[in-house]
Design a protein around this ligand. Structure first.
Ligand code: NAI
Length: 246
């Protein structure tokens, strides 16, 4: 049984989708959780809904692509709870286009949120965790990190997250901090619900378990990595995709 009581957590991009599911799961398991999102209103609404279930959550609106806002988010959690045990870097966007049509804006925005955003939160959190000699960092990459048509920007950012995760894991291991990445496959959220039915069916046909994932499928894995039971797991890149073959 996973028990996160007494632990504090930050989940970025948690107004909806995977982040929301992760925040809810960590709170259900006893953690105090900061719901954070660039969408302040959405974050407030998600927090209000989770509170009605009787769980402890706070809200801090932040754009992770902005270094100052990301640092303020980590500082908020440390001041609010006296410490930060768990950081889940989940915030992400996609701006898909074929290489020959990809604009600089599409490239820059995805790198800024999906890669620099992870660094912006990880750096101050790791500094705090080093001082406490304990911590869990979990970064959300994607099955697309190995390359996916129409996603040069997204795949590059998510591959960057893999390299960042493995490097952070090696640098931080001696401080008893673990750092792992999750690669979700095809999960039913607002990000994926917009795809045409034909594409949806094609994606599901590539999943041996025969269905799209749910946020809870990813949240369960994160809850384990955040727990004391996962103390000996670091620098891992874990697929949660029903066996999906891209
Ligand atoms: P989503 O679009 O439903 O939710 C993303 C959340 O991040 C939104 O609430 C959004 O407001 C927030 N966000 C966007 N930019 C932000 C910023 N600059 N600062 C703070 N928050 C920001 O997406 P979904 O599906 O929940 O994805 C979550 C993560 O999982 C992303 O990193 C995504 O790349 C990754 N992922 C999702 C997969 C899927 O099938 N849904 C598959 C593989 C990876």
């Amino acid at each position: 049984m996973i028990d996160l009581s007494g632990k504090s957590a930050v989940v970025t991009g948690s107004a909806r989708g995977l982040g929301r599911g992760i925040a809810e799961k960590l709170a259900q398991l006893g953690a105090q959780v900061v719901i954070s999102d660039v969408n302040a209103e959405g974050a407030e609404q998600a927090a209000a809904e989770i509170r009605t279930q009787g769980y402890l959550v706070d809200v801090f609106a932040a754009n992770v692509a902005d270094k100052d806002q990301a640092h303020a988010l980590i500082q908020f959690a440390i001041e609010k709870y006296g410490k930060l045990d768990i950081l889940v870097n989940n915030a992400g966007i996609n701006r898909d286009a074929m290489l020959h049509k990809m604009s600089m804006e599409q490239w820059d925005s995805v790198i800024a949120v999906n890669l620099t955003g992870v660094f912006n939160c990880l750096q101050p959190a790791a500094q705090h965790m080093r001082e406490r000699q304990t911590g869990r960092i979990i970064n959300i990459s994607s099955a697309s990190w190995m390359g996916n048509v129409g996603q040069a920007n997204y795949a590059a950012a998510k591959a960057g997250v893999v390299g960042l995760t493995k490097t952070a894991a090696r640098e931080l291991a001696k401080f008893n901090i673990t750092c792992n990445a999750i690669c979700p496959g095809f999960i039913e959220t607002d990000m994926t619900r917009g795809v045409p039915p034909k594409v949806w069916d094609l994606m599901v046909s590539k999943i041996p378990l025969g269905r799209a994932g749910q946020p809870e499928d990813v949240a369960n894995c994160i809850a384990f990595l955040a727990s004391d039971q996962a103390a000996y797991i670091t620098a891992e890149i874990i697929n949660v995709g029903g066996g999906m073959i891209l």
